[in-house]
Structure formats: structure tokens, C-alpha cells
Design a binder for this molecule. Structure first.
Ligand code: HEC
Ligand code: HEC
Length: 303
């Protein structure tokens, strides 16, 4: 914070406190005997009369007045102890960042040894440790649920992590590698390459791969396109290729939606799903534990 800004803020804060004090001083005094006011039973009448109720103009009760003074003293005391008066840090040297660091330190002291122990256990084994899986779930809910859903059930474009159907491979260490380093799916756009008719034909072939309703003639033509254009990633039988993150097209599980329209859209315009890189954000130990949680889910959803 620049010196000028700090002085400006300090000035306004001081002005407010002094202003509040002066306001109390000003309003507690009543000029007794002032001709311009009227009195009733020795009490000053403000001059307002509503439905027979007269507004009086009495000094504030003493306790009420003291409450104001105490509040002002509290404000001054607060500004002496805590940050708030310009860039003055307060004599307690408290800061929200400092408190956060302190709490983090306490959490590390409490959970550090536990995470250390867990990170020495292989992911597949750790997935059977109830306590570790629970800790992993907490990490998941805080970092992953926005995309994969709080039940890890996924959404369009965000894979379901509970069905043991994997884009990038489902053995425990690969799951950890995926989380640690992130993944970028690359399904090229084929519309311009194979033309509109090509898109329709190969879509019908893709539908046929999972036994869906399709046009048999178009699918036959599409099979030829697939054999030249798509096998490199999706494999000769369309069963996918984890090394490329290319999905299995025969299992009727769809990442981007399984309606003929969604499939057509995928083929025509391509897709590029991005799984963020978590290693630098979570650190090795948390990645390990959340991987164990994800791995523990793999057979949750019936295939
Ligand atoms: C910003 C959204 C987003 C967040 C947050 C996110 N992911 Fe992902 N994740 C994705 C996408 C998209 C994919 C699929 C990438 C692709 O299309 O190949 C993916 C893929 C995965 C996969 C691979 C699934 C497979 O079938 O191979 C795993 C495992 C995974 N995520 C776990 C996690 C975990 C654990 C976290 C939290 C630490 C997390 N993700 C946070 C978007 C996200
Ligand atoms: C360069 C490798 C590559 C080639 C070649 C390729 N694909 Fe893909 N395809 C992918 C990847 C990777 C994904 C997943 C994209 C993602 O996760 O963002 C994908 C996704 C798809 C999907 C969506 C599947 C789902 O579950 O929603 C369909 C359908 C598909 N491809 C069909 C085709 C067809 C048809 C061809 C040939 C015309 C083709 N792909 C060629 C890599 C490829």
C-alpha cells in the first residue's frame, strides 16, 4: 500500500472516530432556556405531535451514552491491536495470511505423519484403507467435484470415475499419473477432412460398433473411412487406446454424449478435454491419497 493511500485511509478512519465523538458531545447538550423551544412539565418538547403523542427532547440516558463511549474506545483499541489504520499492522502483528499459515502448520503437524505413512503404501493397497480413502474423498470434494461431480459420477465431457471404464488406463499407478500430470484429449475435427457425407457414414459405423440403431449401408461405407482415418487412435476394432486417451467406441459408454447428434458433433468438430495437472497444486502426498480414493471407486457403478 502506498504511503499516500495509507495516510488517506488513516485520515478517514480518524475523522470518523473523532466525528462520532463530536456528534455525541453535540447531541447530549441541550440549550435549556432557549426561547425558541417550548416546555411541558419542565421537559423540552421537540414540537412534533402525532396522534396525541408528543416527541420530547431529553438528553440520552447515561448508560446509553456510555455505550457509545465504550464503542469508540473499543474501536480505538482494535485499531491499536489489529490492522485497519492505514498500513499500520497493529501491535499484535496479526494477519489473515499469518493465521492461515499457522493453521496450515498445525494441520501439517497433525496429518503430516499420517500422509507420510500413506504415501509409502502403494495406491492399490491404500485404496483398501478406510481412513486414507476418507481423507482422499475430502481432497476430491474440495478439488475435483466441480468437474467430476461430488459422487465422481462425471458429466458430459468429464469422465465418470466409478465405472472402471478408463480413457487413460485404470491401473492404480496410471490413475495416479493422470492426476499428477494431467491429461489432454485430442480428438481432431474431421468435418473438413472427410466431408459431410463422410461424417454421416462414419457416425453410422460408430453407432453400429455398440449395437445401436444405424443405417447399414452408410455404416459399411463408414467402416472404410474408419479403417484409414480413425484406427490410429481408436484401434482396428474401435476398442480405444489408453496411450492416446482415445475412448473405446464399442462399450456404449460415452464421454461426450451418445446421441447420434452428439457423436456426429464429436466427429465433425473434434473434442479436446483437459484434465488439469494436480502435482504442483496438491503435492505428491495428497495426489497419492486422492488417487487411492479414485481407485477405490472403480467398481462402484455396475457396468
Ligand atoms: C476442470 C475440470 C476438472 C477437474 C477440476 C478435475 N478433472 Fe479430472 N478430468 C477432467 C477431464 C475433462 C478429464 C478427461 C480428459 C480427457 O478428455 O481425456 C479428466 C480425467 C480424469 C481422470 C482420467 C479418467 C480416465 O477415464 O482415464 C482421472 C482419474 C481424473 N480426471 C481424476 C481427477 C481428480 C482426482 C481430480 C481432483 C484432484 C480431478 N480429476 C479434477 C476434468 C477435471
Ligand atoms: C489423433 C487420434 C484420434 C483420431 C485419429 C480419431 N480420434 Fe476420436 N477421439 C480421440 C480422442 C483422444 C478422443 C477423446 C477426446 C477427449 O477426451 O477430449 C476421441 C473421442 C471420440 C469420440 C467420442 C467418444 C465418447 O465417448 O464420447 C468419437 C465418437 C470418436 N472419437 C470418433 C472418431 C472417429 C469416427 C474418428 C475417425 C474419423 C476418430 N475418432 C479419429 C482421438 C482420435
Amino acid at each position: 500500500m502506498s504511503g499516500i493511500l495509507s495516510a488517506y485511509i488513516a485520515f478517514i478512519v480518524a475523522l470518523n472516530i473523532i466525528g462520532a465523538f463530536l456528534l455525541i458531545q453535540f447531541t447530549r447538550r441541550i440549550k435549556v432556556g432557549d426561547e425558541s423551544h417550548s416546555y411541558k412539565d419542565g421537559e423540552l418538547i421537540a414540537g412534533h405531535d402525532v396522534d396525541g403523542i408528543q416527541e420530547m427532547n431529553n438528553p440520552l440516558p447515561r448508560w446509553w451514552l456510555w455505550k457509545f463511549y465504550i464503542l469508540i474506545a473499543f474501536g480505538v483499541g482494535y485499531l491499536v491491536m489489529y490492522p485497519g489504520f492505514g498500513s499500520f499492522k497493529g501491535v499484535l502483528n496479526w494477519s489473515s495470511a499469518g493465521q492461515h499459515a499457522q493453521e496450515e502448520e498445525a494441520a501439517r503437524a497433525e496429518f503430516g505423519p499420517l500422509f507420510q505413512k500413506w504415501s509409502a503404501t502403494p495406491v492399490a493397497e491404500l485404496a483398501k484403507d478406510e481412513e486414507a480413502v476418507k481423507a482422499g474423498q475430502r481432497i476430491f470434494l474440495a478439488n475435483c467435484a466441480t468437474c467430476h461431480g461430488s459422487d465422481a459420477g462425471g458429466n458430459i465431457g468429464f469422465p465418470n470415475l466409478t465405472d472402471n471404464d478408463w480413457l487413460w488406463g485404470g491401473d492404480a499407478d496410471t490413475v495416479k499419473t493422470t492426476i499428477h500430470g494431467g491429461r489432454k484429449g485430442n480428438m481432431p475435427a474431421w468435418g473438413k477432412v472427410i466431408g459431410e457425407q463422410g461424417v454421416i457414414e462414419v457416425k453410422n459405423y460408430v453407432l453400429s460398433l455398440s449395437g445401436r440403431k444405424h443405417d447399414a449401408d452408410a455404416a459399411r461405407a463408414g467402416k472404410k473411412i474408419f479403417a484409414t482415418t480413425c484406427v490410429a487412435c481408436h484401434g482396428p476394432e474401435g476398442k480405444g487406446m489408453p496411450a492416446m486417451g482415445a475412448p473405446n467406441l464399442t462399450d456404449n459408454t460415452w464421454l461426450f454424449g451418445g446421441t447420434p447428434r452428439a457423436i456426429e458433433e464429436t466427429i465433425r468438430n473434434g473434442r479436446a478435454g483437459v484434465m488439469p495437472t494436480w502435482g504442483p497444486i496438491l503435492g505428491e502426498e495428497k495426489v497419492h491419497v486422492v488417487a487411492a480414493y479414485v481407485f477405490s471407486l472403480r467398481n462402484q457403478a455396475a457396468q
